[in-house]
Design a protein around this ligand. Structure first.
Ligand code: GDP
Length: 296
């Protein structure tokens, strides 16, 4: 599970700190040196770590004194608050349009989990009494359309496709008419990925954006790729403007660097977390619960 190494190290550090009655500035500095190392080893962005540690230090040494907590507990509390803040503070929800259909465009590189996530998100929304329509706009990867159709069948959710001969822009545009005709209130567009970011991909995504006018553009990225995921998020955000990120494969042994860096580096909140391959393995991303998982 994600954050395992980081959690072990931080819990170790804080166990020692909690045991002390009084804390000197040196005790705090020593603990924060360990926090810094642990975050860097978890592949958190260098500058994010630096800013994080200096915020914690300032608060811990300036000491907002709370009578109910020992000095050690207070430092832990500050770290917890700052970890949650780093991941966005509170849960970031989807932008649901007051005029249906709400259009959600999923973007990302190949293999990140985009098509699977389209199915999972449709499933989650259907459980919240929405009526999703899945749209197969990845016309380049041979199996992508079929893969989405299979997911749609499993979930009993319609899948809009025009095969692989129409342009993704046309498909996206016509899918909205189809949603209106079928009274579907959320359109989830599965766009094409590439192995690497390139101008052709971005151009196509910009055209789809222009045509489908999505309420949400969500980037699907693989948490296992660490700082690469952060770089991908920066690039997509710069080119398209993202409303949020879906971080997949948090059930794996990702160190957690992507989860802890993406919001701070790009400003884009993580809205959902992929926790497995099954169709019910998508959860809203709760920064405070993630922080608790790290600190135990
Ligand atoms: P795409 O190329 O981005 O559309 O990627 P796919 O949706 O085909 O997914 C690629 C692989 O990642 C598949 O084997 C998925 O089952 C797997 N996958 C997607 N999301 C998750 C996740 O949250 N956890 C795990 N363990 N595997 C995932």
């Amino acid at each position: 599970m994600v954050f395992e190494g980081l959690a072990d190290k931080l819990q170790d550090t804080f166990k020692r700190l909690r045991g002390r009655g009084k804390l000197s500035e040196t005790d705090v500095s020593e603990a924060l040196r360990e926090v810094r190392m642990a975050l860097l080893e978890a592949d958190v962005n260098f500058k994010v770590v630096k800013d994080f540690v200096s915020r914690v230090k300032e608060r811990a040494i300036g000491q907002e004194v709370m009578d109910s907590l020992t000095p050690g507990q207070q430092v832990v509390k500050i770290v917890y608050d700052e970890l949650a803040a780093l991941m966005g503070g509170t849960q970031s929800r989807l932008n649901i349009s007051s005029r249906p259909p709400t259009v959600i465009m999923l973007v990302g590189l190949q293999g990140a989990g985009k098509t699977t996530t389209a199915g999972k998100l449709a499933n989650l929304l259907q459980r919240q009494n929405k009526r999703p329509l899945l749209v197969a706009a990845d016309v380049y990867r041979p199996a992508a359309i079929k893969q989405l159709q299979v997911l749609g069948q499993q979930l009993d959710i319609p899948v809009f496709t025009l095969g692989d001969q129409e342009s993704p822009v046309t498909i996206a545009q016509k899918s909205i008419d189809q949603a209106n005709a079928l009274l579907r209130d959320v359109v989830i567009i599965d766009t094409a990925g590439r192995l690497h970011i390139n101008e052709e991909l971005m151009q196509e995504l910009r055209l789809i954006k222009g045509q489908a006018k999505p309420h949400e553009i969500l980037l699907v990225v693989d948490a296992m790729t660490g700082q690469d995921a952060v770089g991908v998020a920066e690039a997509f955000n710069g080119q398209l403007g993202l409303d949020g990120v879906i971080l997949t494969k948090l059930d794996g042994d990702a160190r957690g660097g992507a989860a802890l860096s993406i919001k701070a580096v790009t400003g884009c909140p993580i809205k959902f977390a992929g926790m497995g391959e099954k169709l019910d393995a998508l959860e809203p991303f709760y920064p405070d619960r993630m922080a608790s998982r790290i600190l135990g």
